[in-house]
Design a protein around this ligand. Structure first.
Ligand SMILES: Cc1cc2nc3c(=O)[nH]c(=O)nc-3n(C[C@H](O)[C@H](O)[C@H](O)COP(=O)(O)O)c2cc1C
Length: 235
């Protein structure tokens, strides 16, 4: 286990501005340049994300990073499985998006389709775009994030925080990334190609690399609800 020197919080306006800017400018990248990243850059991202807080400091995340030939094998295996095979995620999909959650889900889908010139109701074109998930949107790397199966929901919560920090660290280095629950659709494919055991729950993937800034899929941005909509104050 790596021990870190005791560090004090950098309580400064500059630290807040930096973090705030990163959070406001990060977006999910859905088109990448194929050029692989230097290993040292990926290690910087991993070292930063490793600082994620977790229950009991268990740090249940493990990441399999597929690049090069392994990534090509993964793409080929997904092409053979998706989209016809039934999905069998290790962690249950959301049961239902209801009310405001359904509205936000639609809004973000339509935003993407509008950027891509896909008309509302064009199921064929939207299915084609969804299938891009299984090409990792052309990224040179994908990190498959797994949790210890015995840690259940809270292991997945810890991994979710890790995913957020991974993406933020990547963004701080000028990289594009996207979390992909879609990649958890076919755990058998991931287990076979990457050698992931049954003791690991597959949480999601993160495709990452240099963004293709010219691709229209990277030209739309999602909004957020007013924070007040997510807070209940009780004094
Ligand atoms: C856990 C998680 C899973 C996601 N899975 C997918 C996915 O399978 N495919 C996809 O295109 N986007 C996926 N996304 C990206 C979200 O759609 C995106 O984060 C959200 O719309 C907000 O947009 P932003 O990331 O650009 O701010 C996922 C995001 C998270 C956090």
């Amino acid at each position: 286990m790596t021990s870190a020197a005791r560090s004090e919080a950098p309580a400064s306006a500059q630290a807040f501005d930096t973090l705030s800017t990163l959070l406001h400018t990060r977006y999910s990248c859905r088109a990448f340049r194929p050029t692989p990243l230097p290993r040292a850059t990926i290690e910087q991202v991993l070292a930063t994300a490793q600082r994620t807080a977790s229950w009991c400091n268990a740090q249940p995340w493990q990441v399999h990073i597929a690049s090069g030939g392994t990534l090509e094998r993964l793409r080929a295996a997904f092409a053979a499985a998706a989209p016809t095979a039934p999905t069998t995620p290790d962690l249950p999909w959301p049961r239902e998006y209801r009310g405001v959650y359904q509205e936000r889900r639609r809004e973000c889908g339509w935003g993407l389709y509008e950027a891509l010139g896909i008309a509302k109701g064009d199921r064929e074109a939207s299915a084609r775009q969804a299938a891009q998930n299984f090409t990792m949107f052309g990224a040179p790397h994908v990190a498959i994030v797994t949790s210890d199966e015995a840690l259940g929901v809270y292991g997945a919560v810890d991994c979710g925080a890790y995913v957020g920090n991974f993406m933020l660290a990547a963004h701080s280095l000028g990289l594009g990334s996207i979390a992909q629950a879609a990649l958890a659709s076919y755990p058998g494919v991931l287990r076979e190609v990457l050698g992931i055991g049954a003791d690991r729950s597959i949480v999601c993937g993160i495709s990452f690399g240099m963004a293709d800034p010219d691709h229209p899929a990277n030209h739309f941005r999602t909004t957020r609800a007013d924070p007040a909509a997510s807070v209940v104050w009780r004094d």
